[in-house]
Write a protein that binds this ligand. Structure first.
Ligand SMILES: CC(C)(COP(=O)(O)OP(=O)(O)OC[C@H]1O[C@@H](n2cnc3c(N)ncnc32)[C@H](O)[C@@H]1OP(=O)(O)O)[C@@H](O)C(=O)NCCC(=O)NCCS
Length: 188
C-alpha cells in the first residue's frame, strides 16, 4: 500500500471543538448542496453536540484550519460488525471549501482521519464515494485506498415502508406521504 503523506501540509488539522459546530453544520450543508442531496441534512447544532461530544459519541470530526479560518472537515464514524473485535472506522464526509481545493487540504484531512483511526486501534478504514467523483477517487487512490468488490444497496422511501409494514408501496405512499423523501439516493 502506498503510504505517502504530506510533509508540509497547507493547514493545521485538529479535532473539532464545540465552538466549531456552527461551521461544521455549514460545511455539511455546502457539501450536500454540491451533491444535490440536501435531504440528508437534518441535524441541528444540538444534535451535532450530542453525537460528537455527548456521553455516547457517534462521530468525531477533524477540521482543517488556515489563517484562523476553518476550511475543511473530515467526519469519522464507527460501526460494529459481528465477529470483529472493536469498531470499524469510516470516513463519512470529507469536504474542503472550493476556494482552498487543490492545495493538499483534502489529503491532510484524510491523513488526519487515518491517523486517528490507527491510534484508536484500527487496522483499516473504509468509505464510499460516488462513481463520478473523480477528484475524490483520485485522492483516495493516490494514498492507497483500494476498491472492494460488492455493491451498496439502500432501501428507502415507499418501498422501505411497504416492506416494513407488509403493505403495497402505493398504499403506504397514500397513507403516509411524508414518511421519507430519500428513496434511491445514498446518504454519503
Ligand atoms: C475531494 C476533495 C476533498 C479534495 O480536496 P482537495 O483539498 O482539493 O484535495 P488535495 O489538494 O489534497 O488533492 C490531493 C489529490 O487529490 C486529487 N485531486 C484533488 N482535486 C482534484 C481534481 N479536481 N481533479 C483531479 N484530482 C484531484 C489529486 O490526486 C491530488 O493530488 P495531486 O495534487 O498530487 O494531483 C475536495 O475536492 C472536495 O471537498 N470535494 C467536494 C466534497 C467531496 O466530493 N468529498 C468527497 C466525498 S467521498
Amino acid at each position: 500500500m502506498n503510504t505517502a503523506v504530506l510533509e508540509h501540509p497547507p493547514c493545521t488539522v485538529r479535532p473539532a471543538q464545540p465552538e466549531d459546530i456552527p461551521v461544521l453544520c455549514l460545511l455539511k450543508w455546502q457539501f450536500a448542496v454540491g451533491e444535490e442531496a440536501t435531504f440528508v441534512v437534518r441535524a441541528s447544532p444540538a444534535d451535532w453536540m450530542r453525537d460528537m461530544l455527548g456521553p455516547e459519541p457517534r462521530l468525531s470530526a477533524l477540521v482543517a484550519e488556515a489563517h484562523g479560518a476553518v476550511i475543511g472537515m473530515a467526519i469519522i464514524t464507527t460501526r460494529y460488525c459481528a465477529g470483529w473485535v472493536g469498531p470499524l472506522f469510516a470516513i463519512d464526509d470529507l469536504f474542503v471549501v472550493p476556494a482552498h481545493r487543490g492545495h493538499g487540504v483534502g489529503k491532510a484531512l484524510l491523513t488526519g482521519a487515518v491517523r486517528q483511526a490507527f491510534e484508536r486501534g484500527a487496522t483499516f478504514i473504509e468509505l464510499t464515494v460516488r462513481e463520478d467523483n473523480h477528484a475524490a477517487i483520485r485522492l483516495y487512490r493516490q494514498v492507497g485506498f483500494e476498491r472492494v468488490p460488492g455493491i451498496t444497496l439502500m432501501l428507502g422511501g415507499d418501498a422501505f415502508a411497504a416492506l416494513a409494514c407488509h403493505r403495497p408501496a402505493e398504499e403506504v405512499a397514500d397513507a403516509e406521504p411524508g414518511i421519507i423523501a430519500a428513496g434511491g439516493h445514498g446518504l454519503g
